[in-house]
Design a protein around this ligand. Structure first.
Ligand code: KG4
Ligand code: ZN
Length: 352
């Protein structure tokens, strides 16, 4: 890493978290996240409400980040922002703000791919949960990136080169958690709720089918349907079935999703002979997945890298980190860069 201090402001607004962070090279000086509670009563993110909340939150969140970092905006060397993928209206708020700020401060603009940023969070100083030596994965490594919108196995060749080995054909792992939680009557976002109730449950109490996909792709829509039919049948026999078995249901659903993810991760490691393995994205906050990857790591002699919880779910520190890598290559965005709801890892990569 270059030694000269480079201050980067990161702005994240791809979904329902407004976040701003200040990094000095790869060190976090501030990482502020405002989560939007407004969606809870609707049981999912309402795009229009998300954009409005970003507009209300973005200035206070950036102010707080600069204050916490104890720097003035004049000290910033560049502004990094999430260009996509995500909700277009939400992305537009961060993109427009980043453009305005970079223009007024006359500093470069760095456009960041949200999913690459989840992965590159591993290069933030002290970002890993396990006290590994070395503390960052060596290239090439495999990252299982699991969030509300994505489930991908990525071969990371460098901070600038990402190859997708497999991805979901339908629902993402986070969606599987959230939809299962909804069927159990748990509030949104359901992933953390399933995790919480699973802790006191038996993971083998109920058995759900595993998808039969033979390459490195995933599919979670069949699991969703089988949970739905299973619950309908059991509730017909006993209307309080869910309430009586909530812990075991959560533990069994979590166990099934985690097994699917770990099986594919093991397969990818065997095929590529890569043993530096990382987790990224919101679902990597799941305690069952974290424990399972550590056990698989022991069994398969992997170096395992798991981000601290604050770097699993959406945060702007990862955006500033990904921006810093671009800054080092002087890979700046032009002023006419547009937010994009869908961007391929590879397309975003080919510009670099
Ligand atoms: O990465 P993220 O914050 O946002 C996206 O880019 O999608 O991921 C959000 C997803 C949601 O589906 C949420 O339920 C899931 O991550 N999630 C969890 C846990 N914490 C967050 N899923 C399972 N267990 C958790 N502890
Ligand atoms: Zn995310």
């Amino acid at each position: 890493m270059q030694q000269q201090p480079i201050y980067i402001l990161g702005i994240e607004s791809s979904c329902d978290d407004t976040s701003a962070a200040v990094l000095c090279n790869n060190k976090v000086l501030a990482n502020v996240v405002a989560s939007q509670e407004v969606h809870r009563r609707f049981g999912g993110v309402v795009p229009e409400l998300a954009s409005r909340s970003h507009q209300a939150n973005i200035i206070p969140v950036i102010h707080e980040a600069l204050n916490k970092a104890k720097i003035t905006k004049k000290m910033l060397n560049a502004i990094a922002f999430t260009r996509g993928p995500g909700l277009l209206g939400s992305l537009l708020v961060g993109t427009s703000f980043a453009k305005g700020l970079s223009e007024s401060l006359q500093v470069p603009l760095l456009d960041v791919h949200h999913m690459q940023a989840h992965i590159l969070a591993h290069f933030i100083e002290n970002s890993n949960e396990l006290n590994n030596m070395p503390s960052t994965p060596a290239f090439p490594f495999i990252c299982l990136t699991v969030s509300g919108g994505h489930t991908q196995l990525v071969k990371v060749n460098s901070p600038y080169s990402f190859e997708i080995l497999g991805e979901t054909l339908d629902d993402a792992a986070g969606e599987a958690f959230d939809k299962a939680a909804k069927m159990l009557g748990l509030p949104y976002p359901g992933g953390p709720m399933i995790d919480k109730f699973a802790k006191a449950g038996n993971p083998t109490a109920f058995e759900f089918p595993h998808p039969q996909i033979h390459n490195l792709d995933f599919s979670f829509s069949g699991l969703k349907t089988s949970i739905l039919y299973f619950l309908q049948k059991r509730q017909k026999e006993n209307p309080t079935f869910v309430k009586e078995n909530l812990h075991d249901l959560c533990a069994s659903i979590q166990y099934t999703i985690v097994r699917v993810l770990i099986d594919k991760l093991e397969k990818a490691s065997k095929l590529t002979k890569i043993r530096d393995i990382a987790l990224a994205g919101g679902v990597s906050a799941n305690s069952g997945l974290r424990q399972a990857v550590v056990s698989a790591g022991k069994k398969n002699q992997w170096h395992v890298f798991i981000p601290k919880l604050e770097y699993c779910t959406d945060n702007a520190a990862m955006i500033a980190m990904a921006g810093y890598f671009k800054y080092l290559k002087r890979d700046f965005a032009s002023f006419d860069v547009a937010a994009s709801a869908r961007i391929d890892m590879d397309i975003s990569n080919s510009a670099q």
